[in-house]
Structure formats: C-alpha cells, structure tokens
Design a protein around this ligand. Structure first.
Ligand SMILES: [Zn+2]
Length: 249
C-alpha cells in the first residue's frame, strides 16, 4: 500500500523544516498525527527516530514531537500532550526537526557504514547487527579473529577512508537487480519480505554499498573521524565494536 504522506527524509536528508497539512489525529497520552508530508525519519535499521516540533502559524501554538514511527506504511508523529488539545485535521503546520540531533545521527550512521565497509573489504567479516545514538554507535560482526591490534588498524583505516572525502549516494534498485549484487547480499537484504519490490541503497562511493533505509551525510568529510571506544566478544564468532565520532578538523 502506498502511503498518503510524502516521506521526504528518504530523498533529501538535509531537509529540516517543511509546511504540511494534518491528515489524521488520534488524541491520547501522546497524540498520533499523520501529515500530508514530513521531514521526520520514523526510525529503523539501528537509527532512532527524529524529534522536533510542530508549529501552527494560525495561533502560534507548538507541540513537541517526541518521536515518530511507521504504522501501516505511514509515518506517525507522537506529540507530547503538553496540556491542551492536539492540532486538528486540515490544520496547516510547520514541521521542524531537532536538526543538531538528526545531523549527529546522519554522521554516526555514515561512520558505521564506513566501518562495515572496511571490515568487509579488509577482513571479509559479515555484519550481524548494529545500533546508534547521536555521536556514538556499535556494530556486531562475525569476526572470529578480532583482536586489540586489529581494532586499532581498523580505526586508522576507517579514518583514512572518511578523510578521502567519498561521496555518499542514495539509490533505488528493483528487487531482482539488488539480489544480484554480491555486496548487498551480505547485509540483511535476504530478510526483506517478498512484497517489497524496490530496495533502497546507500553507497559510500568506492567503499561500501548496503541496502538501507536510514539518513546519511552527502560526503564522508562531514563525518569527521571515529574513535573506537571498546570491543567485546559476544561469543566465539560474534564480536562487537563500539565507536564515537571525532569532530571534523
Ligand atoms: Zn545503515
């Protein structure tokens, strides 16, 4: 089913504010609001959903958006009750992201893909999972022979790749084509339900290509660098690497 609302986070990650019309409102502890267009990312793939504000110009009222999620293909915004009524259907509102937080998540997400790309290219290790918050994240790998020395080398290589100012591109591939690309098979593409006909991809040009729904910076120079803050064994094969961002010079 095609959603009614335009989901702009997938096509323009740098769009931080937009005018929208309220489509549906479900009042409650957190009011659930669907808009005809939005810049909010609903969460997924280890990237948390955005936060921000909805403002109604007609009377100057505003609501805090504490999160968003996908329900039946639509992006639903969760508005704090803040005492008082939620906006009403057909209201015109301005939708604003907490941009500092979103940009930190974009940099972190791209950094994690660079880490995946290096670990795959240099060590052939598959990624099994990951998670992030603004400025820090972790990735799990099937990486039996990981050691402190290797982790130090990985950190240095990732920083070299980020400093190489590689472009980061969003693409969309028909399912059959996506399944023919060996680099994509190593990610969780094979877990996608059969109904999904198109696969969104994120390419760090020259380094990494993954099926991914998240928001990313346009060039690795915007990430700055990374520091490995820890690594641990989650079993004989499964290893976890934790990173945090280092600000661009
Ligand atoms: Zn990702």
């Amino acid at each position: 089913m095609t959603p009614h609302g335009e989901q702009l986070c997938y096509t323009d990650a740098y769009l931080r504010s937009i005018e929208a019309r309220v489509v549906t409102v479900e009042a409650g502890d957190a009011s659930l609001v669907v808009l005809d267009r939005t810049v909010f990312y609903p969460g997924g793939g280890g990237q948390p959903s955005d936060r921000g504000l909805v403002l109604r110009a007609a009377d100057g009222r505003s609501w805090t958006v504490r999160g968003a999620r996908k329900v039946g293909g639509e992006i639903v915004h969760e508005l704090e009750a803040d005492g008082g009524d939620p906006p009403a259907a057909a209201d015109m509102v301005e939708v604003d992201l907490d941009w500092a937080r979103r940009l930190a998540l974009m940099r972190t997400h791209t950094a994690l893909h660079a880490l995946c790309g290096v670990v795959w290219r240099d060590y052939g290790a598959l990624v099994t999972g990951g998670n992030m918050e603004p400025g820090a994240g972790r990735m799990d790998f099937e990486f039996e022979r990981m050691s402190g020395d290797l982790v130090g080398a990985i950190e240095a290589t990732v920083n070299t790749e980020l400093a190489a100012e590689r472009d980061v591109r969003v693409g969309v591939l028909p399912r059959a084509e996506a399944f023919a690309i060996p680099d994509l098979i190593r990610t969780k593409i094979n877990l996608l339900p059969p109904g999904i006909e198109e696969i969104r991809t994120i390419e760090i040009v020259g380094l990494d290509l993954q099926a991914d729904g998240g928001t990313h910076v346009a060039n690795t120079r915007e990430v700055g660098g990374i520091r490995v803050t820890g690594y641990e064994s989650k079993g004989r094969i499964n290893k976890r690497i934790r990173i945090e961002l280092v600000e661009p010079a």
